[in-house]
Design a protein around this ligand. Structure first.
Ligand code: GLU
Length: 459
């Protein structure tokens, strides 16, 4: 049954880790399906038995799920066009091979099965390959690519569709499945543009008009001209998951690798992107990966998380990284520390180090900070004054605490900073962190006093 309904597919080969380029291809397919009310198919191209692994396959499933790219048909989901793993579709390939054979479009040579192009043939010596090859005078295949525009390419040599070991070749299974699964739009990386003329020839030989093609530009590495590779820092989706990135932020960032809403908005809810996304809107030029931008996007999402969601994400992250001291803390205290830190960290990966001194009294003192703070003015006097102040201060209000410190500074014709730096060093061992009054409030009077007295004794 032919319908006008959009059917797209993401067709990964489980031969390596799931990287940012694959994730973006999946995402653009998913977005297009959701935008048009179409169907998003997941098809596993695992005919290359030697290079495929089940471990890589589970990484693909897990990453897609983590990113929220639910598939409508595919492994684990079923559908009318299954099975969705090419390794299980051998009978389909034999059936389609028989069609080509019946049409006289194949021949065998050296055990392999070739696809035969139509057109005048001539023997030509190929300088590059140093052998005589058969060239076919063929009309160019015309690809009206939805992103690249019109592309013409001549396929002038027959090509193998079944290897001598009996296994079908990528071009063949890819096209057969796009026909059998009634795919209407092929959205994939630009690295496949060079294969498309072969695919168009096969579609024609099957008497089927090709789907629409949309080849997405490459992702360039953050520095230099090259294409982002699996080995580049920031390339693997799994890494972001491990580092506690929010999947919504990663998805938002991936959308912007080659697409924008037509104005300068960057942070956008996915529902809004689904509404606006369209293939002609995808850029023709290559996108550049920018890790800082990704981190910044993550921070924006983190800032906006409702308290309960943030706390759950923080706990899950700390559990994953077995940060025992934080996890063992009183729930109410844990909550206060986390909420104080939420607006100050760029990502969950910073959380453990950022909050360590809240959960342990034996935190280290940053030597550089210590030398600087203890070498300026009379820090011991400041500590004594602060201890006095903390004993009687109102810990219920950050503003009252702040005013008290300010008044103390004014009284001694000093600045707030003169007190803040030594107080920070005493309670946290460093010179960065949440507001000093927030730290005091959360740590509580007893801890603050003990830590200041300890520094005073050691100074
Ligand atoms: N299995 C191919 C790949 O991973 C998919 C090609 C396509 O989308 O047509 O690159």
């Amino acid at each position: 049954m032919a319908t006008n309904k959009v059917r797209v597919r993401f067709a990964p080969s489980p031969t390596g880790f799931f990287h940012i380029g694959s994730a973006r291809t999946a995402l653009f397919n998913w977005l297009y399906a959701r935008h048009t009310g179409g169907t998003f198919v997941l098809r596993i191209e695992d005919t290359d038995k030697e290079r495929n692994s089940e471990a890589f396959l589970s990484v693909i499933y897990d990453s897609l799920k983590w990113l929220g790219m639910d598939w409508d048909e595919g492994p684990g989901k079923g559908g009318d066009f299954g099975p969705y793993r090419q390794s299980e579709r051998d009978d389909v390939y034999r059936e389609y091979l028989a069609k080509l054979q019946a049409a006289g479009r194949t021949y065998e040579k050296d055990g392999a099965i070739y696809f035969k192009l139509l057109g005048e043939r001539s023997e030509v010596f190929d300088e590059h390959r140093k052998k005589t090859v058969t060239k076919v005078a063929n009309a160019p295949a015309i690809i009206d690519d939805l992103i690249r525009g019109r592309v013409e390419r001549v396929e002038d040599e027959d090509f193998v569709i079944f290897r001598s070991d009996g296994n079908p070749v990528f071009h063949f299974v890819n096209v057969v499945d796009d026909i059998a699964m009634q795919i209407t739009h092929v959205i994939r990386g630009e690295d496949h543009l060079s294969n498309t003329s072969k695919h168009v020839e096969l579609f024609k030989a099957f008497g089927v008009s090709p789907p629409k093609f949309a080849h997405i530009p490459l992702i360039l590495k953050s520095d230099g001209p090259g294409k982002m590779s699996k080995r580049d820092r920031g390339a693997l989706i799994e890494e972001y998951q491990k580092r506690g990135y929010l999947s919504e932020a990663v998805v938002n960032f991936l959308c912007l690798l080659g697409w924008n809403p037509g104005d300068d908005r960057e942070k956008m809810p996915i529902a809004e992107i689904v509404k606006l996304f369209d293939l002609p809107g995808v850029n023709q030029s290559n996108a550049r990966f920018d890790e800082k931008k990704m981190a910044h996007m993550n921070m924006l999402y983190l800032l906006e998380l409702p308290a309960e969601t943030f706390l759950a994400a923080a706990r899950a992250h700390l559990e994953q990284h077995k940060v025992a001291a934080a996890l063992a803390a009183e729930p109410a205290y844990f909550r206060e520390v986390m909420l104080l830190s939420q607006p100050k960290i760029k990502g969950l990966e910073e959380l453990s180090a950022y909050t360590a001194y809240f959960f342990a009294d034996d935190f280290p003192l940053d030597e550089k900070v210590k030398t600087k703070v203890m070498g300026k003015g009379d820090p011991k006097a400041r500590l004594r004054e602060l201890i006095e102040l903390v004993r009687g201060a109102d810990f219920g209000s950050d503003t009252a605490l702040e005013t008290a410190i300010k008044d103390l500074a004014t009284k001694n014709t000093l600045g707030f900073g003169d007190y803040q730096s030594v107080a920070r060093l005493a309670v946290s061992g460093t010179n960065v962190g949440p507001s000093i009054t927030g730290m005091f409030r959360v740590l509580g009077r007893e801890r603050v006093l003990a830590r200041m007295e300890r520094l005073l004794a050691a100074a």
